[in-house]
Each structure stands twice: as structure tokens, then as C-alpha cells.
Design a protein around this ligand. Structure first.
Ligand SMILES: *[C@@H]1O[C@H](CO)[C@@H](O)[C@H](O)[C@H]1NC(C)=O
Ligand SMILES: *[C@@H]1O[C@H](CO)[C@@H](O)[C@H](O)[C@H]1NC(C)=O
Ligand SMILES: *[C@@H]1O[C@H](CO)[C@@H](O)[C@H](O)[C@H]1NC(C)=O
Ligand SMILES: *[C@@H]1O[C@H](CO)[C@@H](O)[C@H](O)[C@H]1NC(C)=O
Length: 468
């Protein structure tokens, strides 16, 4: 048993090891409740860039199906985080996210002129559904850029910086307070529509200049703005809203921004990173919770495969990506880029084709985690996994313990699962399996005796065992 010794790269090459394991008596996997790691906020996605508009054009029954697939714990993935895009564009052409204050008021000392339309490119509808129909608590509102008139370039697209942060002086003055007011007003518009935004961000991939909304920032420049945003939220009675930073394009870049953020460490509430240019590669040096807020197979052709050749869009690949972020890199949240969208790539979890909505196995990979690892659960220690099998474990608020197994080998692996460090022995156990032919089906043959659960983990499958 070589626990912890399984590199991600060797994932697909452990068939013989697992076959061997299956002929032995089951490995004893021990969950240690006294060994605790990060607290979880959960798993999520986004309907930014007018993807929510695409959802809204579906027939009512397909809308419900799509929402169920994202947020229902019985019919879908049971996601618990929604990331909204706060618009900065002057219009809604193409997939632009329109600003809530498109017009330059004439300077940073003038009050902003709001044009809230009560829709927010249909993101408000998705958020209301998430919160009120499905009980989602984490709504992360994130701006890709400030409106153009607040920036060095006068344009919300094509990079540029927020006027007033270090190294970005503008003849029109310092717009930091206006941008803070702008973000607060967005939160209030949602509050007035009965949706509580819990996290707010003001950057997206700030190391990148793109033809759509984009704003450059270093860690130091982000801190220059956070200094203003913190007190502005407090004054508006929004101290409970966590400030998130900085949604860098890759893990390494976000790590690089941390030192610049040090002066505002007490004001910050969440560290966020994408994983395009580099994947989560270990815990970040921060006391704050960390979310991986954007990842996707952006260009791969649509695939509904769970496990084939290890392709970038396969469900099993995403089960592993999530593992790498949550278990190896201390993430409390993990988000795919888009939930539901049209088009023939893997950039979303669920595809819209005409009036037809189709989930991918990526969605079910998220479901295998998200349905059982609920908000405020704590990751706990687990040891003794058979070779070729990755395990993780979480204690939920209701006392249940969810243990995940990702079996990279092609043979089944027998396991016995026991929980140590708790006050009561486990009285019941249930398992769910996802592989090429099962979508989170109940796993047969899970038994419990004297508090120890036993099960067989099929090859190339992800199994969750919940002990209560
Ligand atoms: C606001 O949301 C809460 C919590 O979901 C709900 O109980 C309440 O009915 C909602 N109120 C309105 C006016 O929608
Ligand atoms: C501030 O928020 C709290 C709860 O979040 C509420 O009880 C209080 O009335 C609010 N005060 C103002 C001035 O809005
Ligand atoms: C993991 O994240 C938590 C915050 O959620 C932090 O307190 C803890 O120090 C981190 N652990 C490591 C090993 O970095
Ligand atoms: C886990 O993923 C499998 C494979 O797609 C899927 O069949 C199953 O429904 C998922 N389980 C849950 C609980 O969503």
C-alpha cells in the first residue's frame, strides 16, 4: 500500500496494481476525524457572458431541467457556488456584460448614474433560482473590469488599469472610490431583489489583456483598491461580504500576487485563482480560504465520456482535477467556467442544442463531489488506500462522513472503511458509483458491521461512501 505516493501522471497506469489488490483481502481505509484540514464552501460554476440569456431562451421544462442539473442535490450536481459577472461594457452586443452605470458622470467626485435593468443579462434570474429554489448560499459577484471611464485607457476591454492605483494616474483623477461604490451598488441591487451576495471580486485574469472586458493589476495595485473597497463595504453595512482576489489566469500567477496583497490581509476574505496557465500545485501561503474559480476544457470537442484515454474533457479527468485542488492544494471551493451553454466544445458542464439540454460526465464528476461534500464540511484525514486509488474524506455538519475513492486502475479494489476519532461508531453506510455506464448510481454490496463499512470500488470509477 503506497498511500500518498501516487503521482497524478501515474493515474492511468495502475491497472495491474489494482487487479492485484482486488485479489487480496480489502485494504483498511481509516478516516481520522481528529486530523482536520480546510472547511469547504463547495463546488460551482458561472452563467456570465450572457450564458444565462441562453438558458432563459429554453422552453420552461428545459430551463427547469438545466437548473436541476446544476443545483439539485437529487437530480443534478447540487452545486453550492454561483459566480456572476459584474458588467463593465457600454452595451449588450455579442456576449458583453452590460455595466450598471454605462455613462461617465463627468469625474470621480460626481455621483454615478445607474441604469440597473433588473435582469443583469438574466444572471439575477439564475441567482434567484439558485438561492430560493435550491438553497445555494454562496453567490460570488466578480467584475472583469471597471467601466472604461474609470480606467487609464478609457475602455473596459483591452486591458488598462483602474485610475488611482499605484502607477496609474489619470487626468480625470482617482476613481477608486467610484469603483468601490459601483460594486457596493451592484450588491445592493441584488439585495433589493432578495439575493445576498456573499463574495465580491473586482478583477479577472489581471495579468492578461484581452479584446473583451479586462483590467490589468499587480498584487500591489489590487491592494491599493482593496484599501478603499473594505471601508466602503463596511459603511454600507456589508461587512459580511468577503472581498475576493484576484482570479489570476493560473495558480502560479496568483501565488505571485500574494506578497502584494499582504498590506490588506486583514481586509481580504478569499483568495481566488483560475487554472488555465498553471494548475493548483499545492497549498497557497495564506490564512484565507482559497477557491479555484475558473477551469475548463475550453476548446475540446463536446464529449460525454467518463473514462476513455484520459482526454481533457472526460469526467474522470475532472474528478482528478478536483482532487488535485481540494486534497493536494487546500481549496475550499472549485468552479468550472460555464454551467449551461450552447456550442460544441467542452467549455461548459451542460450543453444546449436547440431546445435540448444534455449533461456531460464532467457535470457528474462535480456531482460526485458536490452532492456529498456540502458547505461547512471539513476535510479530514484518511489513510490506507490501496495502490492506484485516491481517497479523500470530509465530515459534514450533520455528522455524516463522506469518503471518495477514485480508482484509476481497471480492476476492482476491495476496501474496508472505518472512522476513528469520533464519538459514535458509524451505524449505516451507502455508496454511489460513477463510471462509463453509471451516473452516480447506488453501489451494490456496501455492508456495515461493527462500524466498519466494506465495499468494492470498480475499476476506472469514482465511488463515494457515506457513513452516518
Ligand atoms: C427572500 O428570500 C428568503 C430566503 O430564501 C425567502 O424566505 C423570502 O420569502 C424571500 N422574500 C421575497 C420577498 O422574495
Ligand atoms: C445592517 O445589517 C444588519 C444585518 O445584516 C441589520 O440588522 C441592520 O438593520 C442593518 N443596518 C442598516 C443601517 O442597514
Ligand atoms: C488551508 O487553508 C486554510 C484556510 O481555509 C488555512 O487556514 C490553512 O493554513 C491552509 N493549510 C495549509 C497547509 O496551507
Ligand atoms: C457520479 O458520476 C457518475 C458518472 O458519470 C454518474 O453516473 C453519477 O450519477 C455521479 N454521481 C452523483 C452523485 O452525481
Amino acid at each position: 500500500m503506497h498511500r500518498h505516493a501516487i503521482a497524478l501522471a501515474s493515474w492511468a497506469a495502475t491497472a495491474s496494481a489494482s487487479a492485484l489488490v482486488s485479489r487480496q483481502a480489502g485494504a483498511t481505509v481509516t478516516v481520522d476525524l481528529t486530523k482536520t484540514y480546510q472547511t469547504m464552501d463547495g463546488f460551482g460554476t458561472s452563467e456570465a457572458f450572457q450564458r444565462a440569456v441562453q438558458m432563459s431562451k429554453l422552453s420552461e421544462s428545459q430551463q427547469r431541467y438545466a437548473l436541476d442539473l446544476l443545483f439539485s442535490t437529487e437530480k443534478g450536481a447540487g452545486l453550492t457556488i454561483l459566480r456572476n459577472g459584474i458588467g463593465s461594457s457600454p452595451d449588450m452586443s455579442s456576449d458583453h456584460m452590460v455595466s450598471i452605470a454605462t455613462k461617465n458622470p463627468g469625474g470621480p467626485t460626481k455621483p454615478l448614474i445607474y441604469n440597473w435593468d433588473g435582469s443583469d443579462n438574466k444572471q439575477l434570474w439564475v441567482a434567484q433560482e439558485a438561492v430560493h429554489t435550491y438553497g445555494v448560499k454562496n453567490i460570488y459577484a466578480d467584475a472583469w473590469s471597471a467601466p472604461g471611464y474609470m480606467k487609464t485607457t478609457g475602455n473596459d476591454a483591452n486591458g488598462g488599469s483602474l485610475c488611482g492605483v499605484s502607477g496609474a494616474t489619470c487626468s480625470s483623477g482617482d476613481w477608486r472610490q467610484s469603483y468601490a461604490d459601483y460594486l457596493v451598488r451592484y450588491i445592493q441591487f441584488y439585495q433589493e431583489a432578495n439575493v445576498s451576495i456573499t463574495h465580491v471580486g473586482f478583477l479577472n485574469e489581471p495579468e492578461l489583456t484581452t479584446s473583451y472586458a479586462s483590467m490589468r493589476s499587480s498584487g500591489t495595485q489590487a491592494a491599493d483598491f482593496i484599501k478603499v473597497l473594505g471601508p466602503t463595504l463596511d459603511k454600507a453595512n456589508l461587512s459580511h461580504v468577503h472581498i475576493a482576489c484576484c482570479d489570476a489566469e493560473g495558480w502560479g500567477d496568483q501565488v505571485g500576487m500574494l506578497s502584494g496583497l499582504k498590506p490588506v490581509d486583514d481586509i481580504l476574505g478569499l483568495i481566488t485563482s483560475h487554472s488555465y496557465t498553471s494548475q493548483p500545485s499545492g497549498p497557497m501561503n495564506t490564512r484565507h480560504r482559497v477557491w479555484q474559480t475558473e477551469a475548463a476544457d475550453l476548446n475540446g470537442a463536446w464529449t460525454a465520456t467518463w473514462s476513455g484515454g484520459g482526454g481533457a474533457g472526460e469526467g474522470m479527468t475532472w474528478a482528478n482535477n478536483i482532487y488535485q485542488a481540494v486534497v493536494n492544494s487546500n481549496c475550499s471551493g472549485y468552479l468550472y467556467w460555464i454551467g449551461v451553454q450552447t456550442g460544441a466544445t467542452n467549455s461548459k458542464l451542460v450543453r444546449i442544442d436547440g431546445d435540448k439540454v444534455t449533461p456531460s460526465k464532467r457535470l457528474w464528476a462535480f456531482a460526485n463531489w458536490s452532492r456529498f461534500v456540502r458547505p461547512r464540511s471539513v476535510r479530514v484525514g484518511v489513510s490506507g488506500a490501496p495502490s492506484g486509488v485516491k481517497t479523500s474524506a470530509f465530515r459534514n455538519e450533520d455528522g455524516s462522513v463522506a469518503v471518495q475513492f477514485i480508482n484509476g486502475g481497471s480492476g476492482a479494489a476491495k476496501v474496508s472503511v472505518k472512522v476513528s476519532g469520533g464519538t459514535a461508531a458509524s451505524a449505516a453506510a451507502k455508496g454511489w458509483v460513477t463510471d462509463n455506464t453509471h451516473d452516480l448510481s447506488e453501489l451494490d454490496g456496501v455492508a456495515i458491521a461493527d462500524g466498519v463499512a466494506s465495499a468494492s470500488i470498480p475499476g476506472k470509477a469514482m465511488v463515494t461512501i457515506v457513513l452516518t
